[in-house]
Design a protein around this ligand. Sequence first.
Ligand code: SF4
Ligand code: MSK
Length: 641
Amino acid sequence: MSSVEKKSIDLASQEMLQKAQEENIKTAWDRLESQEPQCGFGKLGVCCTVCDMGPCRVDPFGEGAQTGVCGAGADTIAARNLARKVAVGGSAHSDHGRDVAHTLSLASQVHTHGKSKTHTHDYEILDLEKLKSLALEFGVNIDQSKEQIAKELSKKLLEEFGKQEGELTFCKRAPKKRQEIWKKLGITPRGIDREVVELLHTTTMGMDNDYKNLVTSSMRGALSDGWGGSMIATEVQDIMLGSPVPIRGKVNLGVLKENYVNILVHGHEPVLSEMAVKAVQDPELIALAKKLGAEGINLAGICCTANEILMRNGIPVAGNFLQQELAIITGAVELMMVDVQCIMPALHEVTSCFHTKLVTTSPKARFPGVQHIEFETKNAYEIAKQIIKIGVENFANRNKSRVNIPKHEVDLVAGFTKEGVSKMLGGVYRPSYRPLNEAIIAGKIRGLAGVVGCNNPKQTHDHFHTTLVKELIKNDVLVLQTGCSAIACAKQGLLVPEAAKLYAGKGLLEICEAVGIPPVLHLGSCVDNSRILVAASQVIAEGGLGEDLSDIPAAGCAPEWMSEKAITIGFYFVASGVYTIFGSSPFATLGSPNLTNYLTKELEQVVGGRFEFCDDPLEMAQLMIAHIDKKRAALKLKAWG
Ligand code: SF4
Ligand code: MSK
């Protein structure tokens, strides 16, 4: 196996890695190599920098110091480090949710001139049905103008962040039994800001040193993201930008076009990238591109911003997390505009090896030496146009001899939502999860799996995602995906209905053909993991598969995770009753065998879900299937097969 084959299974990525090697351009894989060996104390989670009596470390071999200066041992240090990661991951998703809720409040503002009304900002209400149903959930009167509903709803949504007492409104979406478990454990989430602040407080010097209690606090903090901040982001984006419906698109670096101005959007928040979708169609910019010798303007995405504009507009996806540098190395990208999260600081260096312009847009994520054009909701379209124009003008600087676009692009279908799936299954007039429940009860679908998360250069890029998912669908497990995991599987052709014939087991194939769906459903970006929680709650409400989320024959997995956000997602899934496997390394808990044992074994008795750590994709599949079969047996369902 060549060195590039060890790095990625994706042929397009291999070509670009080869080019990077030849041109001595450093990528994440090279930087990982230069970090080796990584710090053993950090890997085991027993390094503490919480106060200035440290940094302290605990000797994992039991010979040296067993506590830090303050007396904190491995259990406390590892659990505290983990809790901090959960807080940070939750803050990222939830701050995104807050920004979107704020945009909704701006979208509700109108100027009235006589009988005509004009919006003061560039956003509208595109899904009125969803606006109204959400308004009802929050007790907002729907017998008024949509702008007034949006105004009152956005106020209530923003109040969810600062709610000091009581519970988050979306908790009511969970099955009754799950809500009771949360109440009993005292982990029903209150305001999102409160939970994140309180979780961080518990980890400071001289605070909580009971590792089990730190896990409990982490669960409550994570729930405030999954059933709070992330869910708000998803719902409000659907209201303003339109709820996705199944849509065909293309994926991989081959979506870049040789004779076009190529613009990439990268990050997570779709509010600006949606405007970029409109701006690339601006006749003035297209005319400018043609004047400069291009055939037009081609927009594509990386990471979750890509998933957002794919789901709503069918805009092609250039790649997932580890392809952000490789896309630049094609030499064909005029401009990459970035918003927040998962944007490697190294992009500045890689773009400076080519003519590519990098533009940051968020005041929360600036890069030294990089052009910053701040996004403002008020002039969103004009700002998007200004940025795209820089890209168009940069076409003149492209060095054609350095352009090398891999000829790999694959079809996919994305845009599945909790509402869409029930409409596809039950019909537009009687949307229902009944057919899904019946297929599971009858054993045609063995169970459900959520496979999500990032890439990590410690693992062969995309190998874990695709090997795991192929094994699951072969065994009649219907797979729901988000994030970079969905992009990985799309590149291997798993996200089209035709994939069922090639890869799915007999029962799953029958359902996919009857309904016309792929065996792997793309539900969107990382914040859209909240769609999985709500869909699973509706499966319970439909009846026949138990009373709680932990009863469903289902499992979750983040095979190639790297982000703190993935840990938070794992925590809110486990705290919702889901058995969840993490690939790559455990989250730095091995230095505390007690904490590892609690997370992977005892927690199931407490909350109904637990973690598993595994670094082999086929073994992951077997563990998930064994769990699904255990749940089928507990429900006394017909054995699969
Ligand atoms: Fe060391 Fe305790 Fe301070 Fe951590 S909190 S750095 S273990 S003294
Ligand atoms: S983008 S969080 S690398 S999935 Fe959501 Fe991908 Fe993970 Fe970022």
